[in-house]
Design a protein around this ligand. Structure first.
Ligand SMILES: [Zn+2]
Length: 246
């Protein structure tokens, strides 16, 4: 059966960096992968206006996803102001019911960036809502009625595997509990794809993202006894080990 994976990040580029090599590997293994950004990340450029950078970010996110063979979606929430509420969780739960992923990847729950913490919390809430039994004809909650009805019209879906990706901004209390080996083909596909993104190339605030995540894959690979690996936090179940592959 084809595996389906959904990676949910706060900003365009977050999951591309942290989950991207794993998504590239899973796509090469035959999986369907979708990257969802909850905001474009439009306030992340020191010189471009948010509206200018938003257009650029969306083009970069699409180019990255296409290059690794994933689908791409961006919701129109505001960078720096992502709310942690049921409205956004219901939007995400609808995407989960539409895509029916086996595996969901998001941020770790503690971060220096509040949007990242909210993305982790929203993803957990959306996973819960996507699996909740609902009556399509009679669901009439007081709040978010239209979103709840839209969700209730779709078949409920349980996400089996929930993973938190390793991100240099989200390290408080992060403990890896799953290592995914990244074969050379997936690594080189990721390296060429991530170069589509100006911030990853160091053109916004100068952080050496590509160097950092490349070195991290080598470090994690040492621990996993593989040339390269990505680390995740998960409440492991026996099924999770399937992600690691042969
Ligand atoms: Zn971010």
């Amino acid at each position: 059966m084809t595996q389906t994976v959904l990676a949910i990040g706060a900003h365009i580029g977050d999951m591309d960096l942290t989950a991207g090599p794993t998504l590239a590997k899973l796509v090469l293994d035959g999986a369907n992968a979708t990257i969802v950004a909850l905001t474009p990340g439009e306030r992340g450029h020191p010189r471009l206006s948010p509206s200018e950078y938003k257009r650029q970010k969306i083009a970069e996110g699409e180019a990255f996803a296409t290059a690794i063979g994933a689908d791409f979606m961006v919701l129109d929430h505001s960078d720096g102001f992502l709310p942690d509420n049921d409205e956004v969780a219901l939007e995400l739960a609808t995407i989960i019911r539409e895509k029916q992923p086996d595996t969901l990847i998001t941020h770790w729950k503690h971060s220096i960036h509040r949007d990242h913490e909210h993305a982790a919390s929203l993803s957990e809430r959306a996973r819960f809502l996507a699996g909740l039994p609902m009556d399509p004809a009679t669901e009439t909650p007081a709040e978010n009625a239209e979103l709840v009805r839209k969700l209730a019209d779709l078949p409920r879906h349980g996400v089996r595997t929930f993973l938190h990706a390793e991100n240099w901004e989200d390290m408080e209390g992060f403990q890896p509990s799953l290592y995914v080996p990244i074969p050379d083909e997936a690594f080189y596909r990721w390296v060429s794809a991530i170069r589509h993104q100006a911030f990853a190339r160091g053109e916004t605030y100068g952080f050496r993202y590509i160097d950092y995540y490349t070195a991290l894959m080598t470090t994690r690979g040492c621990l996993a006894a593989y040339p390269r690996a990505c680390a995740f936090h998960t409440n492991a179940t026996p099924e999770v080990t399937k992600l690691a592959g042969p």
